[in-house]
Ligand binder design. Structure first.
Ligand code: HEM
Ligand code: HEM
Length: 214
């Protein structure tokens, strides 16, 4: 019978980041679709119900939660524990490059070998890093649309996107990354949890993972 040891893996702050990020995205996507193409009867827009104003209000509230989550992750990339720091997920050491290769082989069903490590596998880590960068683009384009005359957002907005219309276009297109990412992410978390008894899914609630006893 295999024996496992219990390891503390994710800090409370990382788990807080995860759920702030995941839940705010659900609200941002739903209200974002509404802002793009309101599905209610437009005759009620001018009435007291004013759904567009409510949807935009929810979008901005969720946007502040989302931005706070991204600030937390930035902090953890620098000051987090060993699994949370940025160097742990970059393919910059022999061990990490090997892990990236092994994960690709395992995910494509070419090999069954699993590299047991406490933190994210490198493929996942790189996808999270890309998502983090996409999140920063969402924040800058979002605040550029919200406060176009505030010198700070106007400066960044003009420098990165030029027109507001282009910022809105990118903001919209990038939304699809978050939706596609979420589907693949949840699928892969379940897949990993079925294949390897590390307690992956519960780790994002409890912070604890399991490893084979050496
Ligand atoms: C993953 C995060 C986010 C998603 C998926 C998202 C999605 C969307 C979508 C689809 C739209 C409609 C764009 C269109 O007209 O086609 C929109 C509009 C907008 N979003 Fe976001 N958004 C996100 C984050 C943010 C953030 C962080 C802010 C910051 C304040 C923000 C502020 C805005 C603003 C100001 C608009 C324009 C509202 C208007 O034209 O009335 N969004 N968002
Ligand atoms: C039922 C829903 C979800 C579950 C059970 C879940 C579970 C997990 C688990 C187990 C991890 C750690 C995986 C690993 O070690 O690689 C993780 C990480 C992560 N998840 Fe989720 N997730 C969910 C929804 C979402 C959604 C909707 C998003 C955003 C679109 C998201 C974004 C992330 C990110 C960015 C990380 C990396 C954390 C870090 O930066 O260290 N998750 N999730």
């Amino acid at each position: 019978m295999a024996t496992y040891t219990k390891h503390h893996c994710w800090s409370l702050l990382l788990r807080l980041f995860h759920w702030m990020f995941a839940l705010s995205i659900v609200f941002l996507v739903v209200t974002g679709f509404y802002i793009n193409d309101p599905w209610t009867n437009t005759m009620i827009e001018g009435s007291a119900a004013w759904p567009m104003a409510n949807m935009r209000y929810i979008h901005y509230l969720a946007a502040y939660v989302f931005s706070a989550a991204v600030a937390i992750r930035l902090f953890l990339y620098i000051f987090g524990n060993a699994q949370e720091r940025i160097l742990d997920i970059l393919p910059v050491t022999g061990r990490n490059i090997n892990n990236l290769f092994m994960t690709l082989m395992q995910y494509s069903y070419i090999s069954d070998k699993h590299d047991e490590r406490l933190g994210h596998n490198i493929l996942a880590g790189l996808a999270y890093l890309f998502t983090f960068i996409a999140a920063i683009v969402m924040i800058i384009s979002g605040f550029y649309m919200l406060f176009p005359e505030a010198p700070f957002w106007e400066g960044w907005g003009l420098a990165l996107f030029g027109s507001q219309q282009f910022a809105r276009y990118l903001h919209h297109i990038l939304m699809w990354w978050f939706m596609i990412f979420a589907v693949i992410h949840i699928y892969l978390c379940v897949w990993n949890d079925v294949k390897e008894p590390e307690g992956l899914i519960s780790s994002i609630f409890t912070g604890v993972k399991f490893k084979h006893k050496a």
